[in-house]
Write a protein that binds this ligand. Structure first.
Ligand SMILES: [Zn+2]
Ligand SMILES: [Zn+2]
Length: 385
């Protein structure tokens, strides 16, 4: 029987990422779970195969060797003392081997299910991260600003200095779990670990809880914080204030505070990354004759722009360096203005007279309509004939 390709075993394409390999392996491990496969003798073999494949592919060195040489990489004793290998002989399907192979997965799965804190005796849990949504205007995003925000958060209790015990007494070891924070229960083939119900996983209990904080070592408070918002922020920019999140449980380290920036819509400017876009109305006469106009800039000033004679509606012009600052330095973007040629309304009798006279003289002044009507005529001719 020839040996199956390790990637095939896990249902992967060659060269799959470490993340995909791990995911695929976990899927297999669950699928081939002995509890679900009581009457499927194949499952055990497949399980061993998956375990062997993972043993190689999870290890960057072994994976590289396998990618180059295939199974031959491990035939000559290369690859070190990896897991059980059916092809290498001596794997008779004995219960001992199977159990040890299985306990590998069990560890691996539980490592993640339990949040990685397996067996740890640390009971000082880190505080949660906090999120604060901060709205700024486009002008503020342009200039940057320092803003004072008020954050409702839990901070260390002063009365017990965070220990949770009245008068600063030391907490005692939880009798239910002997300080492990977890209890074990046997369910058929498995031993399942659960968070200890007596101490909620902290491993310690407090006989006389602190009156101020009720024993968790933290109290709710509003804190004022000064946030430095750099020029160039965009909607979605996150600013991290390390250690400004919730206080840890019983003296644990605090979490972080994340400021999520939202830049509000501007009345005049549309933003596209570091560039700004602005639509500027110009009169029909200015568009035809050319002339200077003034446009506003986000910095608060104004810029003169020369409109070339004969500009059409929709014409784009670029003002270099008048856009937004780049968040990580490196100058400013550009500002683009788009001309919107306005058709005059509410004409006086005199204006109408002038325009009529103008129109009677303007046969050659409208290149676009000339070519349009030429196309229309040939279209109609083609339809007729
Ligand atoms: Zn306990
Ligand atoms: Zn307290």
């Amino acid at each position: 029987m020839s040996k199956r390709d390790y990637y095939d075993v896990l249902g992967l394409q060659k060269g799959a990422s470490a993340d995909d390999i791990k995911k695929a392996y976990r899927r297999k491990a669950k699928e081939l779970h002995p509890d679900r496969n009581a009457d499927n003798p194949e499952a055990e073999t497949q399980f061993k195969e998956a375990n062997e494949a993972y043993d190689v592919l999870k290890d960057p060195e072994k994976k590289a060797a396998y990618d180059r040489f295939g199974h031959a990489a491990f035939d000559g004793g290369m690859g070190g003392g990896g897991g059980p290998r059916p092809g290498a002989g001596g794997f008779g399907g004995g219960q001992g081997d199977f159990a040890s192979a299985f306990s590998d997965v069990f560890d691996d799965l539980f490592g993640d299910f339990m949040g990685g804190g397996r067996g740890g005796r640390s009971r000082a849990a880190r505080g949660s991260d906090l999120r604060y949504n901060l709205r700024v205007t486009l002008e503020e995003a342009y200039n940057g600003l320092t803003k004072t925000i008020t954050v409702p958060t839990s901070v260390q209790c002063d009365a017990c200095t965070g220990s949770g015990a009245e008068g600063g007494a030391e907490p005692t070891t939880c009798p239910t779990c002997s300080g492990m924070g977890k209890v074990r229960a046997t369910q058929g083939f498995f031993t399942v670990e659960r968070t200890c119900p007596t101490c909620s996983g902290l491993g310690q209990i407090i006989k006389n809880p602190c009156n101020t904080c009720g024993g968790n070592g933290r109290v709710q408070k509003e804190r004022a914080l000064s946030v430095n918002v750099p020029p160039g922020v965009e909607t979605g920019t996150r600013i991290r204030l390390a250690g400004e999140g919730e206080a840890g449980v019983r003296g644990g380290p605090p979490g972080d505070l994340y400021i999520f920036v939202e830049v509000t819509r501007h009345e005049i400017f549309d933003r596209d990354g570091v560039n700004l876009q602005c639509r500027v109305p110009v009169s029909m006469a200015t568009a035809a004759l050319g002339g200077d106009i003034e446009v506003p800039t986000i910095a608060g000033g104004r810029s003169r722009v020369s409109i070339p004679a004969g500009s059409q509606s929709g014409r784009q012009m670029r003002l270099r360096g008048k856009g937004m600052p780049a968040l990580r330095g490196g100058g400013h973007g550009d500002m683009f203005i788009e001309l919107a040629v306005e058709t005059p309304v509410n004409l006086t009798a005199r204006q109408k007279e002038l325009l009529k006279e103008f129109d009677s003289l303007s046969e050659d002044n409208n290149p676009e309509s000339k070519s349009f009507f030429k196309s229309v005529k040939s279209f109609w001719d083609a339809m007729k004939g």
